[in-house]
Design a protein. Structure first.
Length: 110
């Protein structure tokens, strides 16, 4: 039986090349960089490369150096797996991003 995947604590450094100009004076990590972290966690846990992201919603801005973790649920209907990018610190839970992913491993098994 597959279980919930939880990444180690992650962060995007203030020197990341995507941050200058996104947005001047108040940098925000671009969505594509966040989704790259989700894909890296999926691949590191043996799920294979991410083939599709059929649903993604950005719920709160993620700033540079902000600690976060990625959670990926076991596969559901159609091989889709729900994921969340959550704040790793603080008392109030913050979800930065949530959605569904499909990996090449999922489509190979379908």
């Amino acid at each position: 039986m597959q279980t919930l995947i939880q990444s180690t604590i992650r962060h995007i450094g203030a020197g990341h090349p995507s941050l200058p100009g996104h947005f001047p004076g108040h940098p925000v990590v671009p969505g594509v960089v966040i989704l790259d972290q989700v894909a890296a966690v999926a691949h590191a846990h043996g799920l294979g490369p991410v083939e599709a992201l059929p649903q993604v919603k950005f719920l709160a801005p993620l700033g540079p150096e902000t600690a976060f973790r990625v959670e990926i649920d076991p596969p559901g209907h159609g091989g889709r797996q729900a994921f969340r990018v959550l704040a790793a610190d603080g008392e109030a839970p913050v979800t930065f991003c949530a959605g569904q992913l499909i990996t090449t491993h999922d489509t190979a098994d379908a």
